[in-house]
Design a protein. Structure first.
Length: 335
């Protein structure tokens, strides 16, 4: 019997994952808007989030969440972190017992500071959890460019099956049992991508970007390890790999937000004009609060929060970072 996959959320990445899965399994994609589901079924296109790409003809779409999940063997949640709980709660009554739930979200729940795997445990207890993460720029993967991602789960058999379902000719899927480290990497790299974009918007070059990514990785690892993540995860695809892609790419929404901030535009002006969510803007507040709860120093995150939410200019943020007290490079790096 073939695996049946339901992908919840028809944004750029959710649609891309559904397209990938449809080549290996019966796949249905849930869109909140009925007109978007109709467009994908009739024209095999998602002009809102993936203009210019043709979706597999075998991929079906629906605006009925009951239809999407009631027959699914795997449910993939491709909705932003701030709406994750509400949508999963909507799907919960129709889930078959024990169906694995895979999170694509790279954010924290704003009020509770929970990772999405923790939200799944609370909303749908008894359902195994996995996380798909890594350098996942949707347009490049849809274009068939070589790429690699990670499925993180504590259950090896589920990881192996997801590896089979999601892999493609030009996409390698690796497994990892460090759910905490992979999730924290995905959250923090979005915040760091805003900082990287700010540097680019201010006209800084490769030295600045290299320093930011290297010290940002240390910041990411400090928080991840404090929460129970494994050190090596942060040097892998979920950590360094995703950090490089998001900090360097013009396709990254978080990088685009940061660049506009560096050019002097306000966060309100920037977000009003965006049709898709830049997770790092909202997540930065939650990341900083979580870090403070665990006594973890995160200077880049502090400055991103100050620029995005407290009116500080990008130029002042750079000045504050450069005037921090000098220290040994490895002092407190992973503590």
């Amino acid at each position: 019997m073939s695996t049946r996959v339901a992908v919840i959320g028809a944004g750029s990445w959710g649609t891309t994952v559904a397209a990938l899965a449809s080549r290996n399994a019966d796949t249905i994609l849930w869109a909140r808007r009925g007109e978007l589901a109709l467009e994908m079924n009739e024209t095999h296109a998602n002009s809102t989030y993936l203009p210019g790409f043709v979706l597999p003809a075998v991929l079906c779409a629906t605006s009925s969440i009951a239809e999407a999940v009631s027959q699914a063997d795997v449910v993939v949640m491709g909705v932003p972190s701030h709406g994750f709980r509400a949508v999963l709660s909507q799907a919960r009554p129709y889930l078959t017992d024990g169906v694995p739930i895979v999170s694509l979200s790279k954010g924290l729940e704003p009020t509770s500071l929970l990772r999405m795997s923790q939200v799944v445990d609370r909303v749908a207890p008894g359902h195994p959890v996995a996380v798909l993460t890594g350098p996942n720029l949707a347009r490049e993967i849809m274009a068939g460019e070589p790429a690699a991602s990670v499925v993180a789960t504590e259950q090896p058999l589920i990881g192996t099956e997801l590896q089979r379902v999601l892999s493609g000719a030009m996409l390698r899927i690796y497994t990892n049992n460090d759910v905490v480290g992979c999730e924290i990497s995905g959250v923090v790299k979005n915040v760091l991508a805003i900082a990287s974009g700010m540097a680019e918007g201010m006209g800084f070059g490769d030295n600045t970007r290299a320093a930011l990514m290297t010290r940002g990785l240390a910041e990411m690892a400090r928080l991840g390890i404090a929460l129970g993540g494994q050190l090596l995860t942060f040097s892998g695809l979920a950590g360094m790999g995703d950090l490089i892609a998001t900090c360097a790419s013009g396709l990254s929404r978080n990088h685009m937000v940061g660049q506009a901030l560096g050019e002097g535009r306000s966060i309100d002006e920037i977000t009003r004009k965006m049709s898709m969510v830049a997770e790092g803007v909202k997540s930065s507040l939650a990341v900083l609060e979580l870090a403070q709860q665990h006594g973890v120093e995160m200077p880049f995150t502090e400055e991103v929060v100050a620029v995005c939410h407290r009116g500080r200019s990008a130029a002042e943020a750079v000045q504050r970072l450069m005037q921090r007290e000098a220290r040994d490079e490895l002092d407190g790096l992973f503590q």
